[in-house]
Write a protein that binds this ligand. Sequence first.
Ligand code: GLN
Length: 482
Amino acid sequence: MHDLAFATIAELKELLAAGKLSPEELLSFTIERCNRYNPSLGAALEIFKAESISAASPVTNGILQSIPGIIKDNIAQKERSLTCASRILHNFISPYDATVTERLKKAGALVVGRANMDEFAMGSSGETSAFGPTKNPWDTTRVPGGSSSGSAAAVAAGLVPWALGSDTGGSVRQPAALCGIYGLKPTYGLVSRSGLVAYGSSLDQVGVFARSAYDTALVLSAIAGQDDRDSTTLAVAQQDYTATLDGKLPENFTVGIVENALYAEGMDPEIVAAIEATIKVLEGLGACIKRITLPTLDYVAAAYFIISRAEAASNLARFDGVRYGLRTSEADTLKELYCKTRREGFGPEVRARIMIGNYVLSAGHADAFYGSAKKVQRLIRHDFITAFEGVDMLVMPTHPAPAFTFGAFDQDKLQLDLQDYFTCAMNLSGNPAVSIPCGMTSSKLPIGMQLVGPHLGEAMLLKVAHALEQKTSWHTMHPSLG
Ligand code: GLN
């Protein structure tokens, strides 16, 4: 049964098609395994009852027929709780499905629960959830990364073969790297945000976690494409991202190694070595390797810090105790109702970000902070456009170090914010990026690296990730859950 836990979607589909496994067996195996391991991992806020899942599943012959997975709890699932791991939404039930949820259900997928996360997707460690932290299945004294902490931990621990997360500054790619799995942040506008609770609307994208490049491509095929309910989606039709996965790189393929990222100060030498080894594999597959720099990389974290807080402050203004979720029991005036509800409902990280966001947008400061950050964003976009004039794909680290221990940054919050250093550039520029497993440290912690593409370069990125996967075995390593 261990094999079933870590089976890929492709393998499960074969077993189902051959009649060696029934959909009911797979679902009950999954629910049992989730209920067994979730209490010690904290990956899910809720595992649904099997009856409520099978009853909700439409009978089709979709590309994810009967395949279980889990969805981050900031993505709406009809008639299920939608808490964003925040007290302020502890009692909120979503009246509708997010577009991505609806599309997954149409593809036949079975959503077995709601994944834990950093509160309102603000964090890099899974520690800010109001309902308790998620643990890294490779070492439960360490964080799984964040903010899509539960989604990553669930897939890495073999609870489910796929999960959805959201990525505003790295929240799919960074936990994927720290948990040793694949994590894709699509091009801004490829996947609908309708039904994703907004954090930074100009940066947010729904992303995919899986244990192989093929599986990642399959889930993306189910959710991507234009949506009338999100006017920021691009005019791209749904397509099959698995079609081009043939174990080869594209013809005449040139890869740019981002040197000022890979050799940045503070990079763990074991991670540098793992990425260099993977670059050799790319060379072996026929890639031409170039060395490049992204000149504005040093300004990215600061620009992201300001823009994400500004957008968060605006987006979270809607949680006022009147329309949704928590409402304080003691308030004499409307203002008091707002203030008390928000103080009781939001955790310290969210409150701090709302205050910073309102400050950088306030009259007298907006030009200096928000205005400057938007100008830096333009420069970052330009950097990527220039880079892709000379190369087809970029290679960067996902994270400078392997998974850290709980509380590691409690005394140095700035360091925690710098965890997004290598990932948030692509949220500011809108480019797609996938974190792939590329090594293990000597203390058996997974290492990830990012493949970055030009806008709408997902098919190419997944083709390359798949070709690398055929030559390496990192994706076959799994934690033992004891
Ligand atoms: N760690 C980043 C933040 O806290 C990224 C979050 C995300 O991508 N949702 O803002």
